[in-house]
Design a protein around this ligand. Sequence first.
Ligand code: ADP
Ligand code: MG
Length: 281
Amino acid sequence: MCENNKIIKLNNLEFSYESTEEGQSGRKALDGVTLEIEKGSFVAVLGSNGSGKSTLAKHLNALLLPTGGSAIVCGMDTLDPEKTWDIRMNCGMVFQNPDNQLVSSIVEDDVAFGPENLGIEPSEIRRRVDEALSAVGMYEHRKKGPHLLSGGQKQRIAIAGVIAMAPECIVFDEPTAMLDPSGRREILEIIKKLHKEGKTVILITHFMEEAAAADRVIVMDKGRVAFDEPPAKLFALGSKLEEMHLELPFAAVLRSELEKQGVEVPESIIDEEGLAEFLCR
Ligand code: ADP
Ligand code: MG
């Protein structure tokens, strides 16, 4: 359990791929990121391609280690090699491509993989696997081969695998990028539910509509934090979003067109549903 109220503390975090074998790009992928994330919060991370979102995510469970500054997760410094395991137990990751995350030929074995590696006893593993599969609505598919599932279903299995490890915090790195709209909606509903149940959720996405579900939005630009406010503030920025290399979501375009026509829309309304309700009142 993480007793720390600030589950994540990044202090002037820097990372350069140059210091690793693969890296050749001329600039730092993270260039002085300082932020804290409260336990139980739902934070969305936006930013154009190459802005540093995935690099940031990988620092939250010690998949990458800072080349400057520090990353503290549940009070543990990711640079301390003795804490790597504990950090990974506290902070789970879900990636973009579900095919790269599934390791077994049967759904329930896949979900059991993480807890088995934690050395948890079999009856408890059984309980966790069933609970995690139910949580993502995949219990009835537990005996299937993952290859028989849709992309959205596979992603739900990957999420169940993380839930079964019972982490405090789950980082989703563009989990819906490869899914169709219905798959996207399913995953977003699961993410919202996990947050409601008390998990700390960090959702990296390029869908502004998904960011609207969060209680805080961080925009990354060239390895730095360009914006860090509630989503309503972001959507009210209008064309300034383009300076951060972000596109306006449909709801924000519609809102600004309405305002041009003299209709004043309250700042708290940030999605299509809210706008439709407002217009029909
Ligand atoms: P995002 O997830 O926002 O698209 P990334 O964190 O993947 O951004 O990348 C940030 C920067 O780091 C980019 O300039 C990218 O080209 C560079 N980068 C990412 N991964 C590697 C790598 N394995 N080797 C070298 N440079 C990388
Ligand atoms: Mg990325």
